[in-house]
Design a protein around this ligand. Sequence first.
Ligand code: NAP
Length: 491
Amino acid sequence: MSLEVASRLDKQMLIDGEWVDADDRTDVSYPYDGSTVGSVPVASAEQVNEAIEAADRAYQESTLSAYERYELLTAAADRLEERADEVSNVVTSEQGKPLSESRTEVDRAVQTLRLSGEEAKRMFGEYVPMDGQKGFAKDHCFTQREPLGVVAAITPFNFPLNLMVHKVGPALAAGNAVVGKPASNTPLSSIVLFECLAEAAEEVDAPDGLVNVVTGSGSTVGDAILDHEAVEAISFTGSTDVGKYLANNSGMKELTLELGGNDPTIVWDDTDIEQAAEQLVGGACSNAGQVCNSVERVLVHETVEDELVDALVDAAESLTVGDPTDDETDVASMVDDDQFQTVVDLFEATVEQGATVEYGGNYGGDLGERVFEPTVLSGVTPEMPAASEEVFGPLVPVIPVSDFDEAIEEANNTNYGLEAGLFTQDIDRGKRAADEIDAGGVNINTVSGFRADHMPYGGFKDSGVGKEGIKYALDHFSREKLVGFHQGFNA
Ligand code: NAP
């Protein structure tokens, strides 16, 4: 099977209802063979300002009701769904993930848009029972939710389509205008998304500028967004370093940060080891391990360590590695040389420090450019790089622990706190993990990588602030106003 990108995708930016170019352009390449698949403009700071100001005008002018915002998002979902095959190819061509995973991503993005449309109709306030305080029996108050204005959405490379929808969908549902900024190595599928949004916006007579997308250097676009006072909210998904930079410079803007992780999954001695192993390998190797909540550390009770390692090897062996366009492929290429080399270095340093390669350990060469084999490592200690750092690659490091106290302590032995998993039949152990693991989500009898698009999702500690998951993101993209009535004033 071959990659069916009709021709080079030389895309433009959407600013104030017009598709526009810039003085400079940058190429986008197919990670599996390095060929150029398209190009995008490199926005100047002035162009980012134009996009923000167009969004601000559109926000002020927009009279879209909740029902019309539902129609807009539903129409965009319809358009994306009609283009699903094409967009799946675009995702693989710029990101390198297996085509089967790209199809899943497009399907999720369509659902996330539809769910966002539904959520537009549920911006509830609440009645405040004022007579609960002495002397306020003649007062009547309620709250109403209102949009913020301009929301900027900055996204990473690993889910280039669905992570943009996770921001833009709820922001539009709440009645905001948006400026999107996709990652420079994977901007094409986001631009296709904005093509769908722009057509849908026209269908409901939204003002030009309600949806904008700019491409180019993260620091140029990011600084222009930080500096512009019309931007009321920034929703960022990406590395902890950039997240901290935004946190330190965003002043009074609303900020949502979905950052890195080093997620543990605990395997206890009372569980089905074979089934757990299959999920663990799947959770570590999906998208070649380039997933924020992938299985990064396996903490196993020492009495079942050997059994688990054997089962992990079997599960890793069953995966097909290589060409992303082959329907059989489970693990394909990493997005670029930097990501690939970082994983190679972390792997080599971990082996040098004494870890044993139980399966895998090959990379590049005949496997394909930037392809790293699913790799099971035993004898890993918490200090080794594959355990102590976020690894955006298909490594499965196994760390033995002797009791549940140690398992919890090791799970928390990281600056991150995104998600965690635990396999056990013991409900008390499950509740302890839920209470004591310091992460935004604790998943019992599944891996850390568990996620549905409408559930609250977001980490603690260096993994970020705020939640995504449509309704939860919508809360960040809207504000609560109190309205009070005094009864009897004109009597
Ligand atoms: P990244 O390097 O931080 O880039 C993310 C986005 O930020 C890109 O669009 C990038 O633009 C932009 N950017 C770079 N410098 C910026 C600046 N100074 N101001 C504003 N924006 C700037 O992250 P990545 O390597 O693409 O993604 C991997 C990271 O994302 C991992 O740590 C992963 O765990 C995390 N992640 C977290 C979640 C979650 O939900 N918690 C989900 C997915 C990924 P350029 O591409 O132009 O540099």
